[in-house]
Design a protein around this ligand. Structure first.
Ligand code: NAD
Length: 311
């Protein structure tokens, strides 16, 4: 079976590793961290869960041990403090990636790389700039935001979020675009479905949901300093899509016609992003997506130009 490595085993990396181990889609799982004690302790803890779940072999190690991995998750870096935006993390995390990527690519340049570190869209571009096979790099994008959106629509409608089709596109951040145009239940628009169960849906209700989706991370960080279970589950789903070549449509972040990596509906399989789907958006959604791309282009200035790192 397959081998997966996780670089950076703090809250996000360790939760991702735990979710991957419970999912049982790989045979070997390697944890690497700048703090080897941390990686060792997380590997031991997760392997005790794996022993009563799927028997995945969990180890800790160094970069040379990553060789032979089909997928490498990068969650190394600093996270947001209360009140801090994701974009504020950029320069610190970009310099961590300048340390991580050459060491990773020296041993596993063919692995699909899943970037979770924030600001994830720009860190995806930083990774692409540092990688000899940039087409094998993708970011977690808005897979988590999309899950949050579907969860809230599920609660509003009394339907399992698994059966609600809805996407968040653009930046994983304040300018993300919630697509109401194709939020659907069994082919009905969300508002049409609610009408069938005697509920009304207003612009104020939609605005309330949008605020909750965009504010979810800040709310969780205020309560417990970091978010990690949701992103851990999202990372495990992406890893599964790659290892099983399942061609899942996921709002991962990848190269786009906007000149920056951002989240669009992408078909994910063995080689990472296989194909990007152009969504059918309303005029308003299109202009919000263009604005989100503009924010990402502006935030990259001084760091990246035409896909190349300037520093
Ligand atoms: P954390 O501080 O708990 O863990 C970060 C880990 O990275 C630490 O264990 C640290 O030792 C390690 N690290 C630092 N430099 C390293 C290096 N050069 N090589 C290897 N390891 C290194 O932080 P966290 O809460 O796990 O967050 C990690 C990242 O994930 C942050 O950027 C955070 O904002 C991001 N995040 C992303 C999403 C998403 O949706 N993509 C969601 C939540 C958090």
């Amino acid at each position: 079976m397959a081998k997966v490595s996780v670089i950076g085993t703090g809250f996000v990396g360790a939760s991702s590793a735990f979710a991957i181990a419970l999912q049982g889609v790989c045979s070997d799982l390697l944890l690497v961290d700048a703090n080897p004690e941390r990686a060792r302790a997380e590997a031991a803890d997760i392997s005790h869960g794996a022993a009563v779940a799927n028997g995945v072999r969990v180890h800790s190690g160094d970069y040379q041990d990553i060789a032979g991995s089909q997928v490498v998750v990068i969650a190394a870096g600093v996270n947001q403090k209360p009140g801090e935006s994701r974009l504020a993390l950029l320069s610190r995390n970009a310099s961590i990636f300048q340390d991580v990527l050459p060491r990773l690519c020296a041993v596993a340049a063919d692995a699909v790389v899943v970037v979770a570190t924030n600001p994830v869209d720009i860190m995806t571009d930083v990774t692409r700039a540092l990688h000899p096979n940039p087409q094998r790099v993708l970011g977690t994008g808005t897979v988590l935001d999309t899950a949050r959106f579907r969860d809230l629509l599920g609660r509003e409608s009394g339907i399992s979020p698994r059966y609600i089709h809805a996407n968040v596109l653009g930046e994983h951040g304040d300018s993300s675009v919630l697509c109401w145009q194709y939020a659907q239940v069994a082919g009905l628009s969300f508002a049409q479905y609610l009408a069938t169960i005697g509920k009304t849906w207003t612009a104020q209700d939609a605005a309330r949901v949008e605020e909750k989706v965009r504010g979810a991370a800040a709310t969780i960080i205020a309560g417990k300093q970091a978010t990690y279970y949701g992103i851990g589950a999202a990372v495990a789903k992406i890893v599964e899509a790659v290892l099983k070549d399942s061609r899942a449509v996921m709002t991962v972040s990848g190269a786009s016609d906007f000149g920056v990596s951002l989240a669009l509906p992408n078909v994910v399989g063995r080689d990472g992003i296989l194909h990007t789907i152009t969504p059918s958006l309303s005029k308003e959604e299109k202009s919000k997506l263009e604005r989100s791309a503009e924010i990402l282009r502006t935030s990259q200035k001084g760091l990246l130009e035409n896909g190349k790192l300037l520093v």
